[in-house]
Design a protein around this ligand. Structure first.
Ligand code: NAD
Length: 354
């Protein structure tokens, strides 16, 4: 099975590549531009494997993408390459529109040309999985869950750009009969997560005794999905998902941000006691503009149709994540030199000190 994975040097992409190469034995081509978020160190576990290769390319570069299709001849495309950080999208949306919209368009067009040239069995089994986010559905109140039928209502430049790319992917299925499947997942966490996101930033700052910034009062709720559970779900969706359909992926693990931070503090207090509870490092800072209150996924379709079940709950997953960061300084230390965790994503109207 030949699988082309875009964004495979990123957080979720690298977990997926490790799963496909090491657990499934598939032949994988990782295609990645290696932006600040891409890191070849995340692929160290598959380095030297004869069923893995890497191509440095931009998904907006139509020529490079067409060539990758023509030479690798994938049976499956799993498209994860994206600009992914909401805060960065607030201060600079251009890269998000370029990569997430134009780049996805370029991928779909290259796939369409390639698909048109396939026949027989190869044509029958070709699939394109577009990986997206539950943020396209906007924000929930206290009750309810996002289903595959929830209307799109994105709040940030990031989620708007992902929503646009989801619409393109579905239109390519309807208009051109392309075998496209879309997945929308909740917030991921786990090993190899770039330390600008809440969980890795909190772990590293708490290990260093640095301030732990929490937006607003920390009441925002996210439905946490362990990244390796997500990788297994993506493989299942592209293998057995119905063409033209959407599958929501979520861990049924709703936790308030403040409770995420408190849990990390207590895990680190047990593992690396300092005598002072790390909760004292928590600092409430000015909220993110347009910050969605709550996301929660109804993963019934994925569970009942495809038989997926998360293997980690938040308690087990967060403990594994903390342990991984404690054991893998080689991976995160070089990144901390370039990005020390400074605040991103404030518009000029709200640059308060919090
Ligand atoms: P990430 O930022 O860790 O990785 C993105 C990868 O894409 C990086 O390796 C980067 O180098 C690469 N990339 C960026 N622009 C590129 C371009 N123009 N051409 C080629 N490669 C490029 O992101 P992630 O957290 O691993 O997210 C992967 C996908 O899952 C994204 O599509 C994201 O929208 C989606 N998603 C993520 C989450 C989450 O919690 N992390 C939740 C829902 C959906």
């Amino acid at each position: 099975m030949r699988v082309l994975v875009t964004g495979g040097a990123g957080f979720i992409g690298s977990a997926l590549v490790r799963h496909l190469v090491l657990d499934k034995g598939y032949e994988v081509l990782t295609l990645d531009k290696l932006t600040y978020a891409g890191n070849l160190a995340s692929l160290r576990a598959v380095e030297g494997r004869n069923n893995h290769s890497f191509l440095k390319a931009d998904i907006c570069d139509a020529r490079a993408i067409h060539e990758a299709f023509a030479t690798f001849r994938p049976a499956r495309v799993m498209h994860l390459a994206a600009e992914s950080h909401v805060d960065r999208s607030i201060t600079g949306a251009a890269d998000f529109v370029q990569t997430n919209v134009i780049g996805s368009f370029t991928m779909l067009e290259a796939a369409r040309t390639y698909y048109a040239g396939l026949s027989g069995e190869e044509k029958q089994r070709f699939r394109f999985l577009h990986v997206s986010t539950d943020e396209v559905y906007g924000s929930l109140g206290d009750a309810g869950l996002f289903t595959e039928k929830s209307p799109y209502d994105p709040s940030s430049p990031y989620s708007a750009s992902k929503a646009a790319s989801d619409h393109l992917a579905k239109a390519w299925a309807r208009t051109y009969g392309m075998p496209v499947v879309v997945s929308n997942c909740s917030n991921n966490y786990g090993p190899y997560h770039f330390p600008e996101k809440l969980i890795p930033l909190t772990i590293l700052n708490a290990m260093d005794g640095k301030a732990l910034p929490v937006y607003g009062r920390g009441t925002n709720i996210r439905d946490w999905l362990y990244v390796e559970d997500h990788a297994r779900a993506l493989d299942l969706i592209i293998e057995r998902g119905r063409v033209g359909e959407t599958y929501n992926v979520g861990g049924r693990n709703e936790v308030k941000n403040i409770d995420v931070v408190r849990r990390i503090c207590s895990l680190l207090d047990q593992r690396l006691p300092t005598g002072t509870p790390r909760e004292e490092l928590i600092q409430f800072v000015t909220d993110r503009p347009g910050h969605d209150a709550r996301y929660a996924i109804d993963a019934t379709r994925l569970e009942t149709e495809l038989g997926w079940k998360a293997q980690e709950n938040f308690e087990t997953g967060i403990a594994r994540t903390v342990d991984w960061y404690m054991d893998n300084e080689w991976w995160w230390q070089p990144m901390r030199k370039n990005y020390a965790g400074e605040r991103l994503g404030l518009t000029s109207g709200n640059k308060g000190t919090g």
